[in-house]
Design a protein around this ligand. Sequence first.
Ligand SMILES: [Zn+2]
Length: 262
Amino acid sequence: MRATILMYHMIDTPVTPAEVRFCRTRENFRKDMQLIREAGYHVISLKTLLTAIKNNTHIPDNAIVITFDDGLACNYENALPILQEFGYSASFFVVTSKISGFNDFSWDYGFSCRRMLSTSEIIAMAQAGMDIGSHTVNHVILGKAKTQIAIHEIRDSKAMLEDALGHEIPHFAYPFGSWNPTVRDVVMTAGYTGACSTMPWPNRPDTDPYLLRRSEIKGQDAPWQFRLKLHFATNTMPPITEMRQLTRKFLEKTGVISLRKF
Ligand SMILES: [Zn+2]
């Protein structure tokens, strides 16, 4: 078993330089979905992946899980119709105190003012078969938070979403990918079945379900970079010249090109 989890944030046009990394345009997002299909990957749900890890059951090696962090309104306006066009499901991790509000937790990082998902949009997404997960109450850096704050952020966001949706919220994503062993255990004891980190590389049967690996899809990623991320689940792709050098070193080390120029 080998599954790559993709992490997106916004499907929209960037307005500020800081947003370029986090905004995938609708055109590029549609191309991503097309490429997933054409390259023979299978989109599965986070629940299916976690069940396979827990029970050591088989899923295809070329499995892909699609996730979105933060809960911006563009997820409903732009991502949802494209996902539906392809028949794919995805997980959306929502910052609960910002529901029906604005992304003010991002303004210090140079983001523009953007609308967050409303309760009715979140309900509509869940009814459309999308998975809604928690991304804390206030988008805090959990790895540096006091334990009582972490408990509040992790538990109360789950309870709030469960109240709004009327069903269990089993999945969590760490804001900024920040965690520590205490935080991980709080997530587990709060009743979640799994949590997404931002550490790269594919997920395998021995992956900790509370520290799932994800590959960040950046706004600027070219189709060849996206294709490599699908396969290798990296977070950063080295420039092409560096990749050539790495390939050469690897081939030299294995003796393949010891007698000839590469
Ligand atoms: Zn986030």
